[in-house]
Design a binder for this molecule. Structure first.
Ligand code: SHN
Ligand code: NAI
Length: 147
């Protein structure tokens, strides 16, 4: 089924990020300046994440972490755990399983910000390398233009 692209205002949202590695850090960076309240739960959390989030729980995920969350990112290195978390969310929560797009009810775009222009690139999870490559090409294009 085709998706419908939007730009969400998420100020005040309770956001849960399960996992504290490389992918979690990318999600945390993407959430900066949105006004969302971010909680990260993981036994091992990258140091760069700490100053960027409101709440840190350094331990394994527990299902009660899902309570009262509006948006959930499953970013652990266990595909099974990510799947169980995504499938346990209630129907009102926005859920993104970073290891299996079929389990997500929203996708993220690759984002390039050029002054007040936001350029979003995506393939509904089908061509991630092409998405990433096009972002790099556009980045180089804008860098050349500024020279
Ligand atoms: C559905 C989506 C999830 C979502 O909604 O976020 C998704 C899903 C998956 N990605 C996977 C793999 C990788 N993804 C990247 C990188 C990026 N992936 C991003 C987006 C998305 N990836 C969304 C759809 C985008 C679209 O529609 O095109 C980018 C653009 C933006 C971002 O993540 O912020 C970011 C580029 C950031 C940048 O550098 O600019 C890398 C490289 C790397 O990490 O360096 C790898 C490693 C391998 C490789 O290179 O192929 C796997 C397999 C996981 C596994 O094997 O377990 C899945 C799961 C699946 O496909 O089901
Ligand atoms: N969507 C995307 O853009 C991409 C998604 N992936 C997916 O993301 C997953 C994570 O990748 P990385 O961040 O590179 O891994 P990583 O190894 O850097 O981080 C894994 C994190 O999961 C945490 N974790 C493990 N067990 C946990 C538990 N029981 N409860 C809470 N946290 C737990 C670890 O403590 C660690 O913080 C990969 O397995 C892959 O499936 C990978 C690349 C890109």
């Amino acid at each position: 089924m085709k998706t419908y692209p939007v730009a969400l205002k998420i100020s005040g949202y309770q956001v849960l990020i399960v996992g504290g590695g490389r992918v979690a850090l990318r999600k945390v960076r993407g959430l900066q300046d949105t006004g969302a309240h971010i909680t990260v739960v993981a036994p091992v959390i990258k140091a760069e994440i700490l100053p960027l989030v409101q709440q840190v729980e350094q331990r394994e995920f527990q299902f009660r972490d899902l309570l009262d969350k509006d948006m959930v990112f499953c970013c652990t290195n266990s595909l099974q755990l990510n799947q169980r978390i995504a499938r346990s969310a209630n129907g009102d929560q926005l859920v993104n399983n970073t290891s299996a797009h079929e389990d997500s009810n929203f996708y993220n775009y690759a984002v390039l910000v050029e002054e007040e222009l936001n350029i979003l690139i995506g393939s509904e999870g089908h061509h991630i390398r092409a998405t990433k490559a096009l972002k790099e090409e556009l980045k180089a294009y804008f860098q050349d233009k500024r020279r």
